[in-house]
Design a protein around this ligand. Structure first.
Ligand code: ZN
Length: 69
């Protein structure tokens, strides 16, 4: 994949900027009580190929590993 962000030697992605337009918030009222523990969590895609990285309060991507291969 082109434009893939750098990764640390142990495979973690160094990018913290979500792909614009991909931020979304889990709404438990839509998914049902089974997923209530996810309520309010926000996710976004990363250019490395991960499409559901959770976000910090500052809209930075949490530390995550890049997809293998
Ligand atoms: Zn990434």
């Amino acid at each position: 994949m082109r434009d893939k962000p750098a990764a640390t030697p142990d495979g973690y992605c160094t990018n913290k900027t979500p792909v614009s337009g991909t931020i979304r918030q889990i709404n438990a009222t839509a998914t049902g009580p089974k997923f209530f523990h996810l309520h309010g969590r926000r996710y976004a895609a990363c250019p490395c190929g991960r499409d559901s990285v959770s976000l910090t309060d500052r809209d930075n991507l949490r530390r995550h590993k890049q997809p293998q291969g």
